[in-house]
Design a protein around this ligand. Structure first.
Ligand SMILES: Nc1ncnc2c1ncn2[C@@H]1O[C@H](COP(=O)(O)OP(=O)(O)OP(=O)(O)O)[C@@H](O)[C@H]1O
Ligand SMILES: [Mg+2]
Length: 162
């Protein structure tokens, strides 16, 4: 069934906003389209900040806005197409199809979604899942792969242990 390598990287402590941006920048170098990334975590956990770090890492210099109201923000960087979603305001998951979002996910892009659970069961399963947790004034990130493509991506950013 799941014939990809199950990696279980240690949680990453992110002491401040700069650490979240730095993780995003590291991630930027490991992402390859097509890829579905779920960004999970409470309000204010740092999901948009992480995406900002990724886009900076991809060389995007403009403003990175939260797609809370627009649902999706599209970026074309020199290396790849990046779609940033935020489903927080969904009142029902059928809005995913109603808004025609399948098309964005079918494109050869990196699709990064905040609040993916609000679009279940319509949102495609993640290649890579990132859980951000609020830990006092800091944050903790947990990364896990959901496919071989996701595992390949994780391997590039998590140093091998042992
Ligand atoms: N590692 C960190 N330590 C402390 N604060 C952080 C860290 N990473 C991000 N922040 C701060 O957390 C706040 C919320 O970040 P952000 O908007 O990225 O959260 P979010 O998860 O996207 O929230 P929402 O669910 O509302 O979209 C920002 O002020 C950001 O600077
Ligand atoms: Mg956000």
């Amino acid at each position: 069934m799941n014939d990809f390598e199950h990696l279980n990287p240690a949680p990453l402590a992110l002491a401040g906003e700069a650490a979240t941006l730095a993780l995003g920048a590291r991630l930027a170098g490991a992402l390859d389209a097509p890829l579905v990334v779920w960004l999970c975590g409470d309000l204010g956990a740092g999901k948009t900040t992480l995406v900002r770090g990724v886009l900076r890492g991809l060389g995007f210099v403009g403003k990175v806005k939260s797609p809370t109201y627009t649902l999706v923000e599209l970026y074309a960087t020199s290396r790849l197409t990046f779609h940033h979603f935020d489903f927080y305001r969904f009142t029902h998951p059928e809005e995913f199809a109603e808004a025609g979002l399948d098309e964005y996910f079918a494109a050869n892009a990196v699709c990064c979604a905040e609040w993916p659970e609000k679009a279940l069961p319509y949102i495609p399963a993640p290649d890579l899942r990132i859980d951000l947790e609020i830990a006092g004034a800091a944050r903790v990130a947990r990364l896990s792969a959901g496919s071989e493509r996701g595992a390949q991506c994780l391997k590039k950013i998590i140093p091998p242990t042992g």
